[in-house]
Design a binder for this molecule. Structure first.
Ligand code: NDP
Length: 317
């Protein structure tokens, strides 16, 4: 059977408005954390090994403190060891590098995460590249970037890994699908594009200089929006039936909740896009919860690799 395409799909969407499936990131992330916990318990029972994650926080940034606290709680809940290192904003680069060297050498630590942003007097790239690539559970080390780009076994950045897991769950095989990633940051856009390419999608990366961006995005079976602009992507950008993954986290005013109140929204205008897309992730409750779940998955993967054990099934790229 030949499926309707292009204009025909547009006309169908007008007479039969769609309501996209909501991809529930909270439930999905809970499932990933559960699978990690099961495999961690088995590692301990069979091999006497407990994966360990070290998180380094420099300074008092309130958002970073919340992230680090949540990471610590979820690490322990998954049965892993959590090592938190809180350093004063005035810490020197040499002191931070010395801590990283200690963590690199520590056999109980399988994953190291340095919470970003770092204070201005510290060279962020220098610190990230000082982490042992095998323990680089954020996947930001230049070696892991290169390994991913050349299709080799890498540590993969958590947010794109979470997006990939949700897309594979929705579609199974992504081979041959047209994917448009909006955004080209090193943290989300570029690794996302690499992962989709590795799964044999035809990938386009759009950014702030892309011409006719709506038209470009409308060709996509898969749209990943990682821009940081509140509700920029609306229904007119979306091919009927497409899967839309919204990475953006933006705080906007919410007068309906009372004076001075705010709420979180994504880069996608959920209400309008849900009428056209086949599936969509909400904000909050979509990609966000997957990021920490994938951090735990990466720590487990790093631990298995360090001990010459098979990689955890369904938890890697
Ligand atoms: P960056 O600011 O590093 O990158 C944004 C990208 O969007 C850039 O490549 C930029 O293009 C592009 N862009 C900006 N404006 C436009 C535009 N008008 N049209 C098209 N492209 C545009 O952001 P991040 O990648 O770090 O994060 C993106 C969003 O994802 C943010 O909202 C962030 O908070 C969120 N995020 C969420 C995470 C989660 O766990 N859910 C984790 C990480 C990020 P150019 O390169 O040309 O400037």
């Amino acid at each position: 059977m030949t499926l309707p395409q292009g204009d025909v799909l547009d006309q169908l969407a007008k007479v039969m408005p769609m309501t996209a499936d909501r991809i529930d990131g909270k439930t999905f992330a809970a499932d990933v954390r559960g699978r990690v916990a099961t495999q961690v318990a088995r590692l301990r029972e069979v091999h006497g090994i407990t994966p360990g994650l070290a998180v380094v926080l420099v300074g008092e940034d309130p958002a970073s403190q919340v992230y680090v606290k949540n990471k610590g709680i979820q690490t322990v809940e998954a049965g892993m060891q959590s090592f938190e290192h809180k350093l004063d904003t005035s810490v020197s680069e040499a002191e931070l590098l010395s801590l990283i060297a200690d963590l690199n050498a520590d056999k109980a630590v399988h994953g190291i995460l340095v919470q970003l942003p770092l204070p201005k007097h510290i060279d962020e790239a220098g610190v990230l590249n000082a982490i042992d690539p095998a323990k680089d559970v954020d996947g930001f080390h230049i070696s892991n970037v290169g390994l991913l780009a050349t299709g080799q076994k890498a540590m993969v950045p958590c947010t794109p890994l979470g997006c990939l897991m949700m897309l594979r769950d929705r579609h199974g095989d992504l081979s041959g699908m047209n994917a448009v990633v909006i955004g080209r940051s090193n943290i989300v856009g570029k690794p996302m594009a690499q992962l989709l390419l590795r799964d044999s999608c035809t990938v386009t990366v759009a950014h702030s200089r892309t011409k006719n961006i709506e038209e470009v995005v409308r060709r996509a079976d898969i749209v990943v929006a990682a821009v940081g602009r509140a509700q920029m992507v609306n229904a007119a950008w979306i091919k009927p039936g497409a899967t839309v993954i919204d990475v953006g986290i933006n705080r906007i005013e919410a007068p309906e909740k009372g004076e001075g109140k705010t709420r979180l929204v994504g880069d996608v205008d959920y209400a309008s896009v849900a009428g056209v897309a086949g599936a969509i992730t909400p904000v909050p409750g979509g990609v966000g919860p997957m990021t920490i779940a994938c951090l735990l998955a990466n720590t487990l993967t790093a631990c298995c690799r360090a001990n010459g054990l098979p990689e955890p099934e369904g938890l890697t790229a």
